[in-house]
Design a protein around this ligand. Structure first.
Ligand code: THU
Length: 163
């Protein structure tokens, strides 16, 4: 058997500024920006806010929760996805928005979830059976993805457990 090369394409919708976003996405980003204020990030001083919106329009926010024992900390996305799944187990998540500040300013580039959080978003998509729109805020532009597969192609999921 020869070696086959396969290309995977990811689609990123880029918006120049908040005012270019559809109304519901814009509100979600604003909620994520607001949520950075309650981050507990005394070690990195990188304050992340995340906001999830359920299919019924309920917005839940969270932020990163650091810990003196560094690995015990939690990312903003983990905080918000755990809360949403625990409290609204029957609702799908339409979208999640993420924003972060450092040095008192929002990041210039869109803030992208860490690998672990991509995996958590993947599980949430599988649990609810529908893709989650991912909105990454940066001062220089906003990146919008239609689902986690754009961030985590070839991901490990429950289907892999079945062989
Ligand atoms: N962090 C998040 O909360 N979300 C991300 O997407 C990237 C990183 C947090 C973890 C840690 O508290 C700080 O940002 C620096 O890595």
């Amino acid at each position: 058997m020869g070696i086959e090369k396969k290309k995977y394409e990811i689609v990123v919708h880029e918006y120049a500024s908040l005012s270019d976003l559809p109304e519901n996405d814009r509100s979600l980003v604003q909620a994520a920006m607001e949520a950075t204020k309650n981050a507990w990030a005394p070690y990195s001083e990188f304050r992340v806010g995340a906001a999830a919106e359920t299919e019924h329009g309920k917005i839940i926010t969270g932020n990163n929760r650091e810990n003196a024992a560094f690995p015990s900390g939690s990312c903003a996305e983990r905080t918000v996805l755990s809360y949403t799944g625990a409290n609204y187990p029957d609702q799908k998540i339409r979208a999640i928005a993420i924003a972060a500040t450092t040095g008192g300013k929002f990041t210039s580039r869109p803030v992208s979830p860490c690998g672990n959080c991509r995996q958590l978003i993947s599980e949430e998509e599988d649990r609810t059976g529908s893709p989650i729109r991912i909105i990454l805020y940066g001062r220089s532009g906003i990146a919008v993805l239609d689902g986690v597969s754009a961030l985590l192609p070839l991901r490990f999921s429950n289907s892999n457990l079945k062989g």
